[in-house]
Design a protein around this ligand. Sequence first.
Ligand code: MRU
Length: 363
Amino acid sequence: MNINGTPTRTLRAHREQRVIDIIDQTRLPHALHWLRVATLDDAAHAIRAMQVRGAPLIGATAAYGLAIALSSDASSTHLANAGELLRSTRPTAINLHWALARMESVLQPLPAAQRCAAAWQEASAIAEEDVLQNAAIGQHGLALLRQIPHRQAGRLNIMTHCNAGWLATVDWGTALSPVYAAHDAGLAVHVWVSETRPRNQGLLTAWELAQHGVPHTLIADNAAGILLRQGQVDAVIVGADRIAANGDVANKVGTYLKALACADNDVPFYVAAPRSTLDFACPDGAAIPIEERESDEFRRVHGLDARGVPSALQQLPEKEAVANPAFDVTPARLVNAIITERGICSASSRALLALYPEMSAPK
Ligand code: MRU
């Protein structure tokens, strides 16, 4: 994706120095600030504090976190402990667990002296594959978008939720990759971006769409229903943090309500995700762990004050009880199709297995 007209990735690995640089997403959309990750604790903190976020990017960052950890101590004990620490950072996105399991399966059998180089190589392979897979999702999604009838003349209106774009991956994004592909192919596309309370990942989506020059409009989460009802949305595309074997989809809280409103208004609801988001060991959505985040996220609103200084304002009395589930599950029956790097399929175990036959016997 382009930042100021320059193709840019969200993660830069400096193998010689044994460090990576990430964008501190807690400072967006107000400041684009690159942050150095030089230790295992830096990597774990970046994921837990959501300096990096989005399922595929969390996976790639964890892989590099393991490589950084092995740069100082490549013993089996440290490998196991580092994996455990990184795995504990966030529960719902399966990409984190997938990336760590892949790293460990390569590294564990090796002698300690070979592990560090192998870890950097495997982490780099994970990041490169993410870029290629997301680009392929973009092309498959573009073919789908070309077939969708426009409800309003002049432009194709896509709605998305949360940020499943460039910032959630190493490049291109999942749900936004077809949007970038469509825009770059000359289709007149406009994106309705829902704010995504309480962490407002929609602001990240709006920021990156603006960087790439894609027309878009931010809406409050609760405005989605009226726009769908008024025929102002041709399709909804979201990402996923985990897709269970039966096609149920865990994604940012609020996704399920959009899928319900799509079904009621005959608007197609699509999920875009790479192989690393599929969890065939998880039979259905009920088995997906849903992250409950700290209530402070809900209690305080963040932004710039009148002087342009980042500030937080308390928006409710301390004694109010608050629940803050970060994800929800959309049942497979509400998903019209899943857009993957291998093609488009229905949300069912049969269709997913037809695309990914190697997953029929999960380890
Ligand atoms: O809690 P986050 O910001 O890490 O949320 C995860 C997500 O980015 C979304 O749920 C997204 O739609 C799926 S990740 C491409």
